[in-house]
Design a protein around this ligand. Structure first.
Ligand SMILES: Cc1cc2nc3c(=O)[nH]c(=O)nc-3n(C[C@H](O)[C@H](O)[C@H](O)COP(=O)(O)OP(=O)(O)OC[C@H]3O[C@@H](n4cnc5c(N)ncnc54)[C@H](O)[C@@H]3O)c2cc1C
Length: 468
């Protein structure tokens, strides 16, 4: 979170940048006369941010800050550079940056702004297996819900079919291009049908079927045969073809002693994208005056019940910019934030039971994976709901008794978001897009061509009918 109301700055929450990816040096940003980008790196960015601190002073005392979240790959970097040429300074606030600006961890300060943009990303970490970064704990969704905003379609979670199965290396995604270029999904040796392709049994398009169908098929085979993973095999293609098309995957897996030109890759599906989130309008406004949101934290209407690959940057940039424009236009009309009480730490103590956090964190992610994952049933969802209610009560008590830590805050948020997912999933009595339940395996357009909506104190309900 960054900056306050008096100086007319915006408060920003979120921002992700990939390792070693500074786009410009801070001095370059200043040299451009206030048109530039300041970036930091979540894991290794501190020295860079220290260096940037002086320039941040300029941002704090004068310039307007335009903000967008975004996990920036090499290809996308070019886009950001192009976009930044004629806009205000773009600041991506990483956790490191926030820590640097706020000082000692564990201490809570209230920073208020006339306008706040939530860009805290999705809630992938609610699940045991996820491609999402460590910070994807649904903080923005949980905060907005607690503040009274409507949240929508939380049952719609996209699962990527092929994440590397490796106990050491988590979150390494094997691009769908491997299947696109002729890769085959096979059962591993040692089980009936071992070494054979299984996708043709599920869909005429076999490996080229859409993400949700492939993910469900893998999940089905893993559960049916009690497997840890299935195989993705591209080794029947010439080695030069494989190395040329997939240089990064080839090199990374070779480091792990897997030569993909000669052997298959062990893969599992993993949660990949949170399609639901905080409802925003076309200007990025949430239900609360002055509170905006952009990116994966939102339900912008862009994804519906299923998400096409690669359109999340669209969501980040289009709505990031829309929110920015709206704030600029409405700045004078936005109310000053009300005074709020400072954080009272006088009646809490340091926890002597950190184990509670670890235990609950693991438990939630495991039952979300098993009961609220790719294939659902009403009974499993009800089981999950009983558990999450109990755990949330425990966390609530813990939250008020002990000094807050990032782990505790994140645990509280994933628990909140998990309950929102379960409640929305229980309400939707059909299968559509990313929500698949064995109890209602087909879509029901008449009743269910609608969003699910949930607001604090109201429970989940059906939104208005969406016309074809
Ligand atoms: C492996 C992988 C590959 C992908 N490939 C593509 C692709 O090819 N094309 C595409 O369009 N999309 C892709 N996506 C999806 C895309 O990366 C994300 O949807 C997008 O990055 C979301 O951007 P965001 O700014 O909303 O959130 P994020 O990029 O997740 O950024 C959120 C930031 O907010 C911070 N944060 C969270 N909570 C707090 C808090 N309480 N206080 C302060 N900071 C906080 C986080 O630490 C993080 O820095 C991919 C995702 C993954 C995981």
């Amino acid at each position: 979170m960054l900056k306050g109301s008096n100086s007319g700055h915006w408060v920003v929450l979120g921002g992700e940048i990939r390792r070693n990816a500074p786009i410009m040096k801070p001095n370059d940003a200043c040299a451009m006369g206030g048109h530039g980008i300041l970036v930091g790196d979540d894991q290794h960015g501190l020295p860079f941010l220290m260096q940037a601190a002086e320039d941040l002073e300029n941002v704090r005392t004068g310039a307007r800050v335009e903000v967008a979240g975004g996990f920036i790959s090499k290809q996308d970097r070019r886009l950001v550079e192009e976009r930044s040429r004629d806009c205000h300074p773009l600041l991506l606030a990483t956790r490191q940056l926030i820590r640097h600006l706020l000082g000692a961890p564990g201490h809570v300060d209230a920073l208020l702004g006339k306008a706040t943009i939530l860009c805290t990303g999705g809630a992938g970490r609610t699940y045991l297996f996820s491609t999402a970064p460590r910070g994807a704990t649904g903080d923005g969704i949980a905060m907005a819900w607690r503040a009274g905003c409507r949240v929508s379609n939380m049952e719609m979670n996209q699962f990527h079919p092929t994440c590397l199965y490796n106990l050491e290396v988590k979150n390494f995604l094997i691009t769908e291009a491997v299947r696109g270029e002729g890769g085959h999904l096979k059962l591993p040796p040692g089980v009936p049908g071992g070494g054979e392709r299984f996708m043709p049994r599920f869909d005429d398009r076999a490996e080229l079927a859409p993400r949700d169908i492939v993910a469900r098929a893998i999940d089905h085979e893993i559960k049916r045969l009690g497997l840890d993973y299935v195989h993705l095999d591209i080794s029947h293609k010439p080695p030069e073809f494989v190395k040329h098309h997939f240089p990064t995957i080839y090199a990374r897996l070779l480091d792990l002693d897997i030569d993909i030109t000669r052997e298959p890759i062990p893969v599992v599906p993993a949660q990949h994208y949170t399609c639901g989130g905080v409802i925003i309008d076309l200007d990025g406004r949430t239900d609360l005056p002055g509170l905006y949101a952009a990116g994966e934290v939102t339900e912008s209407g862009l994804h519906g019940a299923n998400r096409l690959a690669s359109n999340s940057l669209l969501e980040c940039f289009v709505f990031g910019e829309a929110a920015a424009k709206d704030i600029l236009e409405c700045w004078d009309k936005l109310d000053d934030p009300p005074e709020i009480l400072s954080w009272d730490e006088s009646r809490v103590t340091d926890s002597d039971e950190e184990v509670v956090i670890k235990q609950n964190w693991t438990e939630i992610r495991r039952f979300m994976w098993n009961y609220v994952g790719i294939v659902r049933t009403t009974r499993r969802l009800e089981r999950a709901r009983r558990r999450i209610r109990m755990i949330r009560e425990e966390i609530q008590q813990y939250y008020w008794d002990f000094v807050v830590t990032s782990d505790l805050v994140e645990l509280r948020n994933i628990a909140t978001v998990a309950e929102l997912i379960i409640d929305c999933a229980l309400l939707r009595k059909e299968s559509r897009g990313l929500h698949y339940t064995l109890d209602h395996p087909t879509p029901d357009d008449e009743v269910w061509r609608r969003d699910t909506l949930i607001r604090r104190g109201e429970g989940p309900r059906r939104g208005p009918l969406i016309r074809p």
